[in-house]
Design a protein around this ligand. Structure first.
Ligand code: ZN
Ligand code: ZN
Length: 157
């Protein structure tokens, strides 16, 4: 059901309220100055200034910071622990050791050899070439085995 919107209410100016500035100051405190602002305003006029923007804006998403060569491992370890991880590069079976550190979730993703973008690129190319020749070999094998199989099947049954 449609409820007609009360236009007069929407047009009415937002009332200013007494607010406390939420600007974070070093030491975990907030500015706390009382100012008059709309329901949405968080900061006193001084802290609304452009030069304070960078302090207000939320820190960047961690995902952006981990980069391509790292991964997030969620753990709740209280002590360091060595683990063995497999290289994340498709086709690489290499394993590498990583020490999980309490409260740290960002760890390398690739084996030592593949922490270099150039080496990864090279590996992928070699892998593709190998795959192509392998699948070609398989096709030939299939053709050969097909003729063999039919003979075998006949003798078995
Ligand atoms: Zn303030
Ligand atoms: Zn690798």
């Amino acid at each position: 059901m449609l409820v007609p919107k009360d236009k007069s209410k929407r047009r009415r100016r937002e009332r200013l309220k007494e607010k406390q500035c939420q600007f974070p100051i070093p030491g975990g405190d907030i500015c706390g100055i009382i100012f008059y602002g709309t329901a949405r305003s968080l900061y006193c006029p001084m802290h609304r200034h452009r030069k304070f923007r960078k302090f207000i804006d939320k820190p960047k998403d961690k995902k952006e910071d981990i980069g391509v060569e790292n991964q997030i491992i969620n753990h709740k370890l209280l002590d360091e622990q060595k683990v063995i991880l497999k290289c994340s590069l498709e086709g690489c079976e290499e394993e590498f050791k990583v020490t999980l550190i309490p409260k740290q979730n960002i760890y390398p993703k690739y084996c030592e050899k593949h922490r270099n973008a150039y080496q990864r690129e090279r590996f992928i190319q070699q892998n593709q070439m190998q795959f192509k020749s392998l699948s070609k070999q398989r096709e030939e094998d299939m053709l050969n085995s097909n003729t063999n199989n039919t003979e075998e099947d006949q003798t078995q049954s």
